[in-house]
Design a protein around this ligand. Sequence first.
Ligand code: SAM
Length: 291
Amino acid sequence: MATLGNPTNTIAVLQKYKFHFQKKYGQNFLVDANILEKIIDAAGVKRADCVLEIGPGIGTMTQYLCEYAREVVAVEIDKKLIPILEQDTLAAYDNVTIINEDILKLDINAIVREKNNGNAIKIVANLPYYITTPIIMGLFESHVPLDSITIMVQKEVAERMQAGPGTKDYGALSLAVQYYAKPQVMMTVSAGCFMPRPNVDSAVIKLMRHEMPPVMVSNEKFMFDIIRAAFNQRRKTLVNALGNAAGLCVKKEDVTAALEKMNLSSTIRGEALTLDDFAILTRLLDIDQIE
Ligand code: SAM
């Protein structure tokens, strides 16, 4: 099987199987060998590694992963792509498992136990952009043992992951990513490297998992509930955003008192708080809840 990282071979496979792109699945296949090699390099894939690929498509990047890693698990939602992968583009590899599933519904921890004895895996993917955030949050919040995540995402989303307090890009995604990992944009990728061309710019970002979170948190879930509430109404003051948030059960006067203890203004907005501030606020409000 010829390598797929170019338009000619990709078109040949698409025509052979009469495959039509499904917009609802965010299908933009990579057709640039140079970018594919750079992604594998950025991910630092080694012979000992077990790699999870989310959305293999016709198997373009999967072929590279199979060449470099010990074990590859490729999860693809579109059942029309499965025969292409199994009988054609990945047929030559005995180190790949193809799973026809929605990544958001899969028990990834069970796969890691089965395929890698519960040891940390690497995740490498050209993600379907319509579910970038739930995929990343799901991986972190379900504590999948992982070493790093190297993913192609929309350029703006990569910028949000790296953003700090006081910027327009800063939000719940920035804080979640930075709590669990160290983000680093590895490269930007033009629309011409994909088929069909997406109408956004793309970037490859690597998230290197922290061994220990950078802040101590009394109640991780409560902190992320607070963060989500703070940014759901980001133009409001933090006191109002948290006090009005349904389901959070936090009183405005407790938020005001906590901010005072932190020497922060009672009119401050969530977008001005660092991760450290949110951790301290969580501790103070958590004590209020217990009392
Ligand atoms: N990896 C291929 C490449 O680089 O050429 C394809 C990348 S394409 C941007 C995203 C892939 O994710 C598509 O194959 C799409 O069908 C698949 N996909 C979309 N939603 C998915 C989901 N919920 N679970 C698993 N795969 C999904």
